[in-house]
Design a protein around this ligand. Structure first.
Ligand SMILES: [Fe+2]
Length: 313
């Protein structure tokens, strides 16, 4: 089955943005008349996760106004000296576990609109709080005409130094459950996609975590039900260098057989008071990747600490 990568023109992107729908599937960044005002770094990306936007702009969860947090994040991204080649929003786009609404996705698109006005492609994954049908209704124009897998929103983004493989781990389309699942069709697609593009480092991006082994302090709940199968796919393909996920609202990283596991922070509410919320500035290097947390709390000890990762041989 072919892998669909949709080139977005500036005109089309703005047309969709104006109707409240934003999703882009392309890299590097599109050119625009305003490019003279911005220097586009083709190796720089922005990672966000767990935005949890609701239709009501005043909605709060755990004492946090999610829309206000995301607006701050967007305002920080748009003033960066160089424009990122893309923004990846890694799932749990809408709601705090309550019933998702179409309005939530439209409001999310509205908050992210300053990024699209700068010509930054925005890529999304599905989290356990999301609903494909609502996402599709709000963002329908930018979805592939023939998705690589029926019923799942997966995609590959090719960049000069690495390929991103975006997975869809949303398990239950009727109600919000914490666990996620990929299913064998998606795992088989991923295998084919990676094998067909093994000439560059591969970075697999998924909302859900692969449960940590119990001997490393992990549990066997809340992550991917088929995480063990996915882990086998990642470990057995040397071009796979990193697995990026959200879901836990924690900023941390570790390695499994030289594969970097990168847990993205939330832009919204945190479960542990020690955790930061914010975004991650990412640069693909020739031999690895550098990441910097941009915490909304500038006094957080991890704010602007650089994380330099080298690819396994
Ligand atoms: Fe979340």
């Amino acid at each position: 089955m072919p892998i669909h990568i949709i080139p977005i023109t500036r005109r089309r992107f703005l047309r969709v943005s104006a109707s409240g729908a934003v999703v882009a599937i392309t890299a590097p960044a599109v050119r625009s008349a305003s490019d003279e005002e911005f220097s586009v770094d083709p190796h720089r990306f922005v990672f966000l996760s767990d935005t949890h936007i609701m239709a009501d702009p005043t909605a709060e969860a755990r004492g946090i106004n999610m829309a206000s947090h995301l607006r701050k994040v967007v305002s920080e991204i748009v003033v960066q000296a160089s424009r990122a080649a893309g923004v990846i929003v890694n799932g749990d786009l809408a709601t705090d576990g309550s019933l998702p609404t179409l309005g939530a996705y439209r409001y999310l698109a509205q908050i992210l609109d300053p990024l699209s006005k700068q010509g930054m492609p925005i890529h999304f994954t599905m989290g356990n709080c999301d609903r494909r049908v609502l996402f599709k209704e709000a963002l329908t124009e930018m979805l592939p005409d023939t998705p690589p897998i029926a019923g799942r929103f997966v995609n590959m983004i090719e960049t000069e130094r690495a390929n991103f493989f975006l997975l869809d781990s949303l398990l239950n389309t009727e109600k919000t459950v914490t666990e996620g699942s990929l299913g064998m069709k998606q795992i088989e697609w991923l295998q084919r996609a990676i094998d067909q593009h093994s000439n560059k480092p591969g970075i697999v991006i998924c909302h859900h975590n692969i449960n940590l082994p119990t001997n490393l302090g992990g549990t066997q709940v809340s992550g991917l039900r088929d995480g063990a199968v996915l882990l086998d796919v990642l470990r057995s393909r040397n071009c796979v260098k990193a697995f990026v996920f959200g879901h836990t609202h924690e900023w941390r990283n570790w390695e499994v057989d030289g594969i970097h596991f990168i847990n993205l922070p939330t832009t919204a509410y945190i479960f542990s008071p020690d955790e930061p919320c914010g975004w991650v500035n990412v640069r693909l290097e020739k031999q690895g990747m550098s990441l910097m947390l941009k915490s909304l709390d500038k006094a957080h000890p991890k704010h602007e600490k650089n994380l330099t990762l080298f690819w396994r041989k």
